[in-house]
Each structure stands twice: as C-alpha cells, then as structure tokens.
Design a binder for this molecule. Structure first.
Ligand SMILES: [Zn+2]
Length: 431
C-alpha cells in the first residue's frame, strides 16, 4: 500500500519520582502515596507529502499552563522548524496526577519544600515534553491515516439543579456527547502503530480520597488499547467535557471499567474501514483575549476578610495586581485548528470547555468530522457558555476562585471564542 504520509510516535514516563501533591481536589490533605499506573506524555508526529508537519502531544496531567507549553513550542520551532500552529498540547485532566505549576494556583497552600519539588517537576516536564515531541519527529516512517467514530456511554452531564442553585451532581437530562472520534495511523504493512482518540468527559472517576498516581479512565483506556493492539501507541485527547463526569464514579474498579468501555469504543471504530485521510495537513493558531466581568479593588478588600481560605488566596492575588497598577481584566486564550486532509479536523480550545461549545461548533460545520478538544495549549480556567454563565454554579463562578481569576467571564466570552474558531477554520480552508 502506497503511503500518503509519514508518521512517528513516542512515549515518555512522566510519573513524579517522589511523592508530590496531587491536583484537582481541594479536599486533599497530603501528597501522593504510590502509583496505580505510570503517567505518560505521548506524541504523534505526522508529515504530508509537501513536508508540512503536525505534532499532537497528549499527557496524563491535570492541565498544562501556557508558561510550559509556550516554552516547549518555541523550542520545537527553533530546533525542528515546527510552527506554533502545528503543535498542540492536550492535558487529560486526570485528578490523580501531580500539581502542575501554575495551574489551579490558589487551590493549595503548599510548604516551601513541596513548592520546590513541584518547581523541579515542572522544569523536568518542560524538558520531557520537548523530548517526546522530538522523538516522534525522529521516528517518521511511511504511514496511512484513517478516521472513524465509535461510542462510549459513561459520561453524564453533572450540572444538577438544586434549591440553592446548580451543583455538581448528575443531570440525566443535560447535554452529553458519547461520540469517540478515532484517528488510526498504520504503517505500509497496513498494521496500526498509533491510535488517537477522544472523549467528552472529566477524567474524574477517582475522587479526592484517592492518593495514587493514575491516568484515571483515560489511562486505563490507553493501557487496554496498547495491550490488546500490540505495537500500537494509544493517545487520548480530552474533548469539551468540563460539565461532564464519569457515571458512576469513585472507585478504582470503576476507573478500569470506564477505561475498558472507552477502549471498546475505540476498537469498534478502528475495526471499521473509516474515511481514508488524503491531502495536505493545514494548521492555524490564534491567541485572543477573554474579558472578565467588571470588578473593583473594593470587591477584593471585602473578599480578603472571608473565612474561606481559597477566597482569601484569590483576593490577595487580585489586590497585588491592583497595587501593581495592572488589575486582571482579561486573560489570553488560545484557539487552534489542525486539518488532516479531507477527513478530519481537530479544533483545540484552551481551558476547561463546557459541552455547549462542541455542540455549537459541530452544528456550525455539519459536513466536517471533528475532534473538538478542550484543555489544549493552556488551562487557565473553566470556559462557560452564555447559558452556563447565566445559570451559575461551579463552571461559571466558584471554580474561578481556585484558578486565581478575578471572577466570572463577561457574557461576550462565547461569541469571542466562536468568532476565533471561525477564523482559524477559515485559515485551514473550512468555511
Ligand atoms: Zn475540571
């Protein structure tokens, strides 16, 4: 079979070498206690006949901040000629991985010793991410790609209406998307050697009382695929699952079960002929600014008197910004499109993006097959839609405290992001 592309994959073990604090749940009281599974960073590099190259980096981590991804992307540009638009970094959002500086900056009051360990981890991670991408680029060999879809049913909408407002629970009537997009990469012998797949769900089967490193359901799905398809590297991309949880949750067995269900969805998709990918790779990247709702210094003077230590942490950070003459009014926000020929496009959005965005973007492009990924290139906060901003709750408001953000986004957030998506899609030739 003649090859239309060249592709390469690489894997790096990024499990912390010593026990550090786990991220994602404010309720934790101590560092990690061993590992259920190793944590990995993986990279898939693809090159078309014109020599255009794409690198997809996936990680079993809570959320990579731009202070890390920008450094890795700049070095890939300098040493390998990869443009910023042509590399994407996705974080699986496992809640049983290490704290990543400076993600969720006000969630923990860490000792100086733990802070120092986490700084070392972030520094090593920056090197590891570069090395895994470079290794994938170094392995390029003739390849064919095809796209197909499967399903997995364990994600449920978690925004439950209650007397005191929307809380995190289960909402069987809320929107979900059980599609599993799958990109299969095969060698000239026709055998797959990489499979890139996505799912729209928080990676939170394991709740705050779990203290062992793991990739949660996504880690188990990747492990299951790699053991049942020998010679294949499985890479997981989390989609717009910010308001979705695995259901049920909170035990190791359930994380394994959900992982197996997702792996079955991937295998069923991979067994179909799918759509062969033909044509050039194209990529576009744009950094926009998202506006916060207006605030005053007084708001944070008041909040600094709170009995809630997370609010106090946030208030102190905001007062510092006011005192330095640069109150936080906006945040940078990355939007990216990576088009795999005629067959599938990855729209990669920063932050914890709620499902309304992927539903809207899929409606906007009904003829396109899409991975609409969240948690890409930077994870600065939740990204609510206008609907969710108006309804309130964790994804709209209270999560912003843990992210050290001044407060909710202003209601133009959704149109700003959709406008930018249209712009990057146009630049990759999709109207
Ligand atoms: Zn989250």
């Amino acid at each position: 079979m003649a090859a239309d592309y060249r592709a390469g994959v690489a894997t790096a073990d990024i499990t912390p070498k010593e026990p550090v604090w786990l991220s994602g749940y404010a309720s934790r009281t101590r560092p990690a206690e061993g590992a259920l599974q190793p944590l990995y960073a993986k990279a898939l590099a693809v090159e078309d006949k014109k020599g255009t190259r794409i690198v997809v980096v996936t990680t079993d981590l809570i959320g990579l901040p731009r202070v890390i991804t920008d450094v890795v992307a700049a070095r890939l540009g300098k040493e390998h000629g990869i443009g910023r638009a042509n590399v994407v970094f996705n974080s699986s959002h496992t809640h049983t991985g290490p704290v990543i500086r400076s993600n969720l900056s006000t969630m923990y009051n860490l000792s100086p010793d733990m802070s120092a360990k986490l700084d070392v981890y972030a520094r090593d991670l920056t090197e590891n991410l570069f090395q895994v991408a470079a290794a994938a680029l170094g392995q390029l060999k003739p390849a064919n790609l095809r796209y197909s879809e499967g399903t997995a049913g364990f994600a449920i909408n978690r925004r439950e209406a209650a007397a005191a407002g929307v809380r995190i629970g289960v909402n069987p009537k809320g929107p979900v998307d059980h599609t599993v997009p799958v990109l299969v990469v095969s060698g000239e012998d026709g055998k797959p050697f990489a499979v890139l797949f996505g799912y729209t769900c928080h990676n939170t089967t394991l709740t705050g009382e779990h203290y062992k490193y793991s990739g949660d359901y996504a880690g188990y799905a990747q492990a299951e695929l790699e053991s049942s398809m020998p010679g294949t590297t499985a890479l997981f991309v989390i989609l717009c699952g910010a308001d979705q949880n695995p259901n049920p949750r909170s035990s190791e067995q359930l994380a394994r079960d959900h992982g197996r269900a997702l792996a079955e969805g991937v295998k069923a998709a991979a067994a179909k002929p799918g759509t062969p990918v033909k044509g050039n790779l194209r990529a576009a990247y744009q950094q926009i600014k998202l506006n916060f709702r207006s605030h005053t210094r007084e708001d944070f003077v008041k909040e600094s008197q709170s009995k809630n230590r997370y609010e106090v942490n946030r208030a102190q950070a905001m007062l510092k910004a006011y005192d330095e003459g640069s109150p936080v009014r906006t945040t940078p926000y990355p939007v990216q499109a990576i088009r795999f020929g005629n067959a599938v496009t990855m729209v990669a959005l920063g932050g914890e993006v709620v499902i309304d965005y992927s539903i809207r973007i899929k409606k906007q492009y009904p003829k396109q097959s899409l991975f609409v990924a969240g948690y890409s290139n930077d994870v600065m906060s939740y990204i609510p839609s206008v609907r969710i901003l108006r309804e309130g709750g964790y994804e709209a408001e209270s999560s912003m405290i843990y992210y050290g953000m001044p407060g909710p986004y202003s209601e133009d957030v959704e149109e700003s992001i959709i406008g930018s998506v249209k712009s990057v899609m146009k630049r990759v030739g999709i109207k």
